[in-house]
Design a binder for this molecule. Structure first.
Ligand code: PQQ
Ligand code: CA
Length: 720
């Protein structure tokens, strides 16, 4: 009949496939019945009609990360092998969830680069590099990662580390439009604080994206742009305007009437943005026609400094629901009032239909950093239940009616003035690793971790222009922790995969893993749960009991989340490999002595009877050049303070190698004062992500860092 329809790629194709589908359903009674062209939105809503694809970040709008494919299952798993691998050209943390559309894998890498691969073979079809200026590398809290793309009617949407939102033609990667997502004329705290690591989500023709920066001095917001033109549709700020004046945004009324009174008008937030960055989870729910997003921690962290220890500080650490068309506020639920622990609520938001008290309810399930698993009514935000899924000591529990935490007063270190060893720490009981829900088992597969934090509030707060601004007392120890102390710290580190029953609010089983910061989870109709780990292995667990059915040596820590898809009747499971992210960069020795992770970045795809092998890699490519024999101990102590202020979050605590960035102790640059200054002061390596700190530190302060590194080289490289 010559009619053409739009498929989910947005290009036209013959009516053949639709006819088959409709015939199969007994619908095509008369060939002349006009059929509505299928849009990406419809396809995502009916994602189970497209089991071969992975159309949006969490596969469906519910972000359950469950694949209905089952060729790979407990019976066939013995035949699962590597089908192909693709080496990435950035050796930094890889966190993206690939999209799979009509046999093509679209994924992103560190430095916000895009790769389009033949998803059956791993062959590169096209690549796009937004050429993010390396200088901005030092502005990110947690590595220069990117979590993936959005897709809508033939276009891909990339959010870059330097805050651009770019629409690409999915056929060839050509730029269609590109815009800056940070308004230069808004009240934002510190404009230079912003970066983007998250994946855009697209609903009803609008691209939704937030940003990070609350460790530096940002005011959080989420924006919605027209998918066709890139024009701003609306922007919702998550914390009040510092002057309590309108931003001319849909957030104005609720911020001015309800949120502003929960902040002290004279706290440091007025200059430091307040935080609440929307750096990861954004979900559109077609059932309620609402957009939910998670807001992050306070800026600065110290509640005593940020808000004079007063008020709940809305909407920090909250889930907020708004209307997709206008950004109009609908409801919010604050998980962590009075935040001083970096307890972001940005972790993955998932919607489910759960049998609760004899009726099906459409709910949100959420496992934020604060360690509690929440079940909320998706339409109203009403608190249904909450239970801690890891050990917590900042709260004694949740109020059973309201869900508000019952605080442990000792945990309020920024108010008491006394240090506190808090569980969970700032990594959270659950971090960036995706969780997954299998409707077949009714369980949420949740990657949990324990990395406690020793927090001490600062007495005075003086923000550093290029450093982290937390309001914490981070003083150098005049002695490094003893081996015993280090061991005790390591004993408190934990990571596990928990199968959580969201109805009963309890763990059904748990697989204890070697350490924290493991990758995200995929569950499948083959009753398997796939997960990559910090120790560089990739696993398939039995969805019923956690039995480890498959293990593969991926040669580098995995922090990303797997996907599954099908091409020509063959099911694949794919994962990005590449050690890094916040824990990878910072934890160094602690993380690595258990795992030995070094960054080798790749995409891996597995299938039954796969025939690929990884090449052998060497794990210490940096030649060891002996550091100079002398250093100035007093200067070295001063240097350790500068190192804590400016260097540790990327180069690692205690200057031990993190397996990602160059090992400073072995760097030729520490041999010579001038070479070191050229890099650390003037930014000779800025194109690699290492900007110069000349504006933040005086030459002798920079030299003191060099002395400190030399001291650490002597102390640690000589150890066996
Ligand atoms: O407050 C923020 O703005 C912000 C941003 C980001 C980010 O954009 O990656 C992270 C965090 N916070 C954070 O607290 C955190 O633990 C974290 C881990 C990671 C990561 O990618 O491994 N990013 C971030
Ligand atoms: Ca944060």
């Amino acid at each position: 009949m010559g009619m053409r329809y739009k498929n989910i790629r947005g290009d036209h194709f013959s009516s053949l496939r639709l006819r088959d589908v409709l015939l199969g359903m007994g619908i095509l009674l008369c060939a002349a019945v006009p059929v509505r062209a299928e849009t990406t939105g419809d396809a995502i809503i009916h994602a189970d009609d497209h089991p071969d694809d992975w159309l949006t970040h969490g596969r469906t709008y519910s972000e359950q990360r469950y694949s209905p494919l089952k060729q790979i299952n407990a019976k066939t798993i013995g035949h699962l092998h590597l089908a192909w691998h693709y080496d990435l050209d950035t050796n930094r943390g890889q966190e993206a969830t690939p999209l799979i559309i009509n046999g093509v894998m679209y994924t992103t890498t560190a430095w916000s680069k895009v790769k389009a691969l033949d998803a059956a073979t791993g062959r590169l079809l096209w690549a796009y590099d937004p050429k993010v200026d390396g200088k901005v590398g030092v502005r990110g809290c947690c590595d220069i990662v990117n979590r993936g793309l959005g897709y809508w009617n033939g276009k891909l949407y990339l959010a870059t580390f330097d805050n651009r939102l770019i629409a690409l033609d999915s056929r060839d990667g050509k730029v269609i439009w590109s815009i800056n997502t940070i308004p230069t004329d808004a009240d934002l705290g510190q404009q230079q604080a912003y970066t983007i690591t998250g994946a855009p989500r697209i609903a009803k023709g609008r691209v939704l994206i937030g940003n990070g920066g609350a460790e530096f001095g940002a005011r959080g917001f989420i924006s919605a742009f027209d998918a066709e033109t890139g024009k701003l549709d609306w922007r919702f700020f998550t914390v009040p305007n510092p002057h309590n004046r309108p931003d001319h945004a849909p957030s104005d009324t609720v911020l001015m009437t309800r949120a502003y009174p929960t902040w002290s008008p004279t706290g440091a937030w007025v200059r430091q943005g307040g935080g609440g960055t929307v750096w990861d989870s954004i979900v559109y729910d077609p059932v309620t026609d609402l957009v939910y997003f998670g807001a992050g921690n306070g800026s600065p962290w110290s509640y005593g400094i940020r808000s004079n220890g007063k008020g709940d500080n809305l909407f920090l650490d909250s889930i907020v629901a708004v209307k997709p068309d206008t950004g109009e506020y609908v409801w919010h639920f604050q998980e962590t009032p009075e935040d001083q622990w970096d307890y972001t609520s940005t972790q993955q938001i998932m919607t489910l239909d759960l049998p609760l008290d004899g009726q099906m309810r459409h709910v949100i399930v959420h496992a934020p950093k604060n360690g509690f698993f929440y079940v909320l009514d998706a339409a109203t935000g009403e608190f249904i239940s909450g239970k801690n899924f890891v050990f917590v000591n900042w709260a004694k529990g949740l109020d059973p009616k309201t869900g508000r935490p019952i605080f442990n007063p000792d945990a309020q270190y920024s108010v008491t003035g006394k240090p506190f060893y808090v569980f969970p720490g700032d990594m959270g009981g659950h971090g960036i690793a995706a969780m997954s829900y299998s409707p077949r088992t009714g369980l949420v597969y949740l990657p949990t971790q324990q990395v406690p934090d020793h927090l001490k509030g600062a007495r005075k707060f003086k923000p550093l222009p290029d450093g982290w601004n937390l309001g914490l007392d981070i003083q150098p120890d005049d002695k490094m922790p003893s081996v015993e102390e280090q061991k005790a710290g390591v004993r408190d580190l934990r990571g596990s995969l928990v199968a959580w029953d969201p109805v009963e609010q309890k763990a059904r089983w748990e697989v204890v893993q070697k350490g924290p910061a493991n990758g995200g989870v995929l569950s499948t109709a083959g009753d398997l749960v796939f997960q990559g780990l910090t120790d560089g292995t990739f696993h398939a667990y039995d969805a019923h009991d956690g039995k480890d059915l498959f293990s593969f040596d991926a040669q580098s820590g995995i922090i990303a989340s797997p996907v599954s898809y099908r091409i020509g009747g063959r099911q694949y499971v794919a994962i990005e490999v590449g050690w890094g992210g916040s824990y990878g960069l910072f934890a160094t020795g602690l993380a690595r002595q258990e795992t030995g992770s070094v960054n080798h970045s790749r995409v891996l795809a597995f299938a039954l009877d796969g025939r690929d092998h990884l090449p052998t890699v060497s794990d210490d490519p940096v030649p060891s050049s002996p550091p100079p024999a002398s250093f100035a101990p007093r200067q070295a102590l001063a240097g350790s303070q500068q190192y804590l202020n400016y260097c540790q979050y990327c180069h690692g605590a205690n200057v031990e190698w993190n397996g990602v960035l160059p090992d400073l102790r072995k760097s030729p640059a520490i041999q010579d004062k001038n070479s070191f200054y050229a890099i650390v002061g003037k930014g000779a390596l800025s194109s690699f992500g290492m900007d110069g700190f000349e504006k933040s530190m005086k030459p002798d302060e920079i030299e003191s860092i060099r002395q400190f590194i030399i001291e650490r080289a002597h102390q640690t490289l000589s150890q066996p």
